[in-house]
Ligand binder design. Sequence first.
Ligand code: DHK
Length: 149
Amino acid sequence: MSKLIYILNGPNLNLLGQRQPEIYGRGTLADVETDCTTLGKDLGLEIRLLQSNHEGQIVDWIHEARDAAAGIIINPAAFTHTSVALLDALNTFDGPVLEVHISNVHKRESFRQHSYVSLRADGVIAGCGLQGYALALRRMAVLTEAKEA
Ligand code: DHK
């Protein structure tokens, strides 16, 4: 049976493809979902991609993932830099956590260079565009396999 991986997305990522395409590209979150679903089939992973503009909703999904998911891939977007609540929620999750940023946050404003989520993440991918999600999924396949070995 496929392992379930949650792919959680924070604020404004519903506007991917329209919002600052010079930074975030022209692909949409629906494109990410399609690509990750296809790749997931090859990797033996089922994906559930979710997006919210509300911090508490993402906290609730992380709690849900505690029982439902083998791993979490998260692009917390702006909550990366502000949210102790997301860090605390991720610290209640036992499986692997991978943090994705579409842009290279280290090349941008200084406030984007601190991540609360990185204090929990097992790996971070930044600056690889939307491909970052697929890269994270490949890494997740290794990490969730290793857990069972
Ligand atoms: C997305 C956002 O919306 C920003 O707030 C982050 C992140 C960077 C990204 O690159 O995916 O600072």
